[in-house]
Design a protein around this ligand. Sequence first.
Ligand code: S3P
Length: 175
Amino acid sequence: MDNGKRIVLTGFMGVGKSTVARHLAGILHTQRIDLDSVIEAGEKQTIAEIIKTCGLLRFRQIETETLRKVLAENSARILALGGGAWTIAENRRLIKTQNCTSVWLESSFEHCWRNIKSSKRERPLAENKDQTRKLFDDRQNFYCLADWHFIVKPDLTSYEIAKKIAEEVFLIKFE
Ligand code: S3P
């Protein structure tokens, strides 16, 4: 049995939020949800298409509205956010008022960048290495506002990180 907490996973693009969320949901036998996937299903467009056709501001509005709806109507206890969602004050407020615990997955920029580059997903906010590094640096002040902080070292697998979160945040005991 775990302690019943509901969490959001935040952290920079490429840190592995969605994969850790999948493993964690498996360990806890609970539902997980990926905010970007919900947005894509609702808008019938990829995140990259939304940002390119409607602009970043509109994407952020859709993101906040989707987050509000998911937190209010969906009972999934593991929610993987897109990398920018936690940097918006209104989103952090919604997460807190819904009694969600926030968990920051932290890694080095180079680790995130390697994953961004090797992924097939198009990420319009990570097209140029120097600009992406600047975004990474600027966001650390927001990510550190999360309740929990786990460092994703390159030698740890996503499953091992999920296990650590299960042990420390959900108080699951492994033999
Ligand atoms: C974004 C991260 C993306 C996606 C969008 C914006 C960001 O999600 O939400 O492209 O601002 O960092 P991932 O963190 O899953 O790549």
